[in-house]
Write a protein that binds this ligand. Sequence first.
Ligand SMILES: Cc1cc2nc3c(=O)[nH]c(=O)nc-3n(C[C@H](O)[C@H](O)[C@H](O)COP(=O)(O)OP(=O)(O)OC[C@H]3O[C@@H](n4cnc5c(N)ncnc54)[C@H](O)[C@@H]3O)c2cc1C
Ligand code: FES
Length: 259
Amino acid sequence: MNAPIRDWAEVREIRRAADETWWVELDSPAIAGRARPGQFVMVGLGVEQVAAPFLPRPFSVGLAGPDRTVGLLLREFGAGTRRLARLRDGDRVLLLGPLGQAFSVSSDRPVVCIAGGVGLAPFLFLAAEQRKLGRQVRLLYGERTADRVFSSELIEELTGVAPIIYTEDGSAGHQGLVLAGIRPEEEPALLACGPTPMLQAVARLAIEHGLPLQVSVEEHMGCGIGTCQGCVVRSASGEWIKSCTEGPVFDARELSWPT
Ligand SMILES: Cc1cc2nc3c(=O)[nH]c(=O)nc-3n(C[C@H](O)[C@H](O)[C@H](O)COP(=O)(O)OP(=O)(O)OC[C@H]3O[C@@H](n4cnc5c(N)ncnc54)[C@H](O)[C@@H]3O)c2cc1C
Ligand code: FES
């Protein structure tokens, strides 16, 4: 496997895409040239830019643009992401990547992506790549409320795919959980990324209907490169495995799911 690239990347553009949610484009030809959908980068700030240095944070590669930029979907959760959201054009961040395992997509069947919250990010990249190859993509995307929904115009601009949106309160798109959009009798295979309860529900449904499923997990990560053990998940055989190196994308059958 290739060693990850460390790159001081300049912010080309940062635009608001929803409440406390941003689309960030970074100039990083080396990482953009190698990244595959499902992989992630660790994003850090130089010590000169912050009062107290913080550990780098993991973000899915949201796009590796034809202009060799890396696109990130950035949602504010805590101190680190709030600080990153204050970046401006021309600022620089330290990227390490691409890291982790990518989704594996077969060419002979349509792709069905199930995204919850920031779990949308890897599917922007995947959908854009698949559309370039002329393949069909069904993108189901759930959020709690309309103000959290990443701009559907921007999703279409980036990917060429119109998302099917679900919100829990019905304030945008269909009312209900994104799971409601899955058609188990018709879907050939599923890809999912989002919070653990969503992944557990999709895994139960896939097992019940015998559907192939790949999941991308969102565990907390300290290092992103396999040294801190902060990101472990339980395998189907009961062992702890590192999601930063063996994942974040797994065949759902490799993991242990509560029944
Ligand atoms: C592989 C991977 C890909 C990711 N991709 C994206 C992405 O594309 N866009 C995006 O906006 N975010 C993404 N995330 C999540 C992002 O890394 C976290 O939101 C970020 O690290 C939080 O840092 P912070 O300093 O803002 O918050 P912290 O101060 O570290 O935490 C704030 C709060 O959020 C909780 N929290 C932090 N990280 C997580 C997590 N991973 N899961 C559940 N709760 C958490 C903490 O427990 C705390 O309550 C990804 C995470 C992983 C592991
Ligand atoms: S994040 Fe450090 S071992 Fe996975």
